[in-house]
Structure formats: structure tokens, C-alpha cells
Design a protein around this ligand. Structure first.
Ligand code: GSH
Length: 211
């Protein structure tokens, strides 16, 4: 089994953090996204979407969505549970994790890719047909959605120490990776979001944050 990875990219980081929290070690193959290696034939033969991360199972099956990979390992090794322990927790983690993805990861991607000169003709990541040019107006939309993302983090942390309650979960992992990604475009947790700043300092000190 192996993981196609990219050390600097936020979605592969989510999987590495998840695996580190579970203490699972895997062979990793580094793909250089910034150098365009994910769009070369050799990698497209592995994932025609040109996206990372990709998990390759021993029977050759390939899984190329971060959450699908995490779900796989949650089943293989349920402890510590990172996707919820019972029906209610699982539903809450699924719900909030989606929010972290849409308002955190995807909004940051909107800001980043629509302003970075490398992506002027490729504002949507990965391969597959159409050229999708940057739309500068999406920088503002992404920035505003990130304000909403930070608002939600502060609100969730009024309910418990972590973003889905009492336990550290995938919701925290996706949020940590989104915040790290937002720093690339110089967007930071607002100073007045005191709970979020404290939570971020604490969760960033977990060994998995270095994975
Ligand atoms: N929904 C996918 C998103 C994967 C994704 O966008 N990966 C980025 C790295 S964070 C990528 O492969 N980018 C390639 C590119 O920029 O062409 C997932 O969660 O795995």
C-alpha cells in the first residue's frame, strides 16, 4: 500500500495528519505539484484527475479523495475515532467537516488560484479537458467566505474544546489545514477570535501537525 503525496499541499496534509493521529505509517511517494509533475503522463496514468492525495491499495485499487482515504483507514483502524464514535457524532463530524472543506479549503483555493500567476489558465486544480481561466472576482468571494469560516470556528468552539465537541476529529484536521493554507494568501485568524486562536495554538502543537 502506498500514498502519493505532496508535502506542501493542504489536501495531502489532511491525510498525513489523519494517519499520524492513528499511528499508521505508509510508504509515501512525493509528487511535485508546483513543478507540474501531477500533470505529466506518468502520474496521470495513476490518477487521470491529476490530483493528490492518492492511496494505492495492495491489489492496485486507487482512491483519490482525501476523505475517502481517511474513511478507509477509519474502518481499518477505528481507534482513535476521528470520524465520530456513534451515530450522532458521525453525523456531526460529517456535517462540520463539509463546512470546513467548503468555507475553509475551497474558499482559500479560490483566493489563491485566482490570483497566482501560475494558475491564470488553470484556476481549478488537476487535469481533464477544459482550460479554466482565473476569475479575479472570486478572490473577493473567497476572502468573504473565509470570514464566515472563521466566524463558524469561533461559534463551534463555544460548545466544546474541539470543533465537533469533546474529541479531536477530522473537523479539526480539515480546519487546521485550511488555516495553514489561508496563511499562504496572508489571511489569518482574526485577533478578536480568541477561542479559535487558543485552539489553533493547542492543536498545532500536536505531533500530527508536523506530519
Ligand atoms: N477533493 C480533493 C481535492 C484534491 C486537490 O485539490 N488536491 C490538490 C492539492 S491540495 C491538487 O492535487 N492540486 C493539483 C493541481 O494544482 O493541479 C481531495 O480532497 O482529495
Amino acid at each position: 500500500m502506498k500514498l502519493y503525496d505532496c508535502q506542501v499541499a493542504p489536501n495531502p496534509r489532511r491525510v498525513r495528519m489523519f494517519l499520524a493521529e492513528k499511528g499508521i505509517e505508509l510508504e509515501k511517494i512525493e509528487i511535485d505539484i508546483l513543478g507540474g509533475e501531477n500533470l505529466q503522463d506518468e502520474f496521470l496514468a495513476i490518477n487521470p484527475r491529476g490530483l493528490l492525495p492518492v492511496l494505492e491499495l495492495d491489489d492496485g485499487t486507487r482512491i483519490d479523495e482525501a476523505m475517502a482515504i481517511c474513511r478507509y483507514f477509519e474502518e481499518v483502524q477505528p481507534e482513535p475515532a476521528l470520524l465520530g464514535r456513534d451515530l450522532k457524532e458521525k453525523a456531526i463530524v460529517t456535517m462540520r467537516q463539509r463546512k470546513m472543506e467548503f468555507d475553509g479549503m475551497i474558499s482559500t483555493s479560490e483566493v489563491f488560484r485566482n490570483q497566482h500567476e501560475q494558475f491564470l489558465k488553470r484556476s481549478i486544480p488537476g487535469a481533464g479537458g477544459a482550460i479554466i481561466p482565473a476569475i479575479p472576482a472570486l478572490i473577493d468571494r473567497g476572502t468573504q467566505t473565509l470570514e464566515r469560516f472563521f466566524w463558524w470556528l469561533e461559534k463551534y468552539l463555544e460548545e466544546g474544546p474541539y470543533l465537533a465537541g469533546e474529541q479531536f476529529t477530522m473537523v479539526d484536521i480539515t480546519a487546521i489545514c485550511a488555516i495553514g493554507f489561508a496563511e499562504w494568501v496572508e489571511i489569518y485568524i482574526p485577533d478578536e477570535n480568541i477561542k479559535t486562536k487558543k485552539w489553533y495554538e493547542e492543536v498545532s502543537a500536536r505531533p500530527s501537525a508536523e506530519a
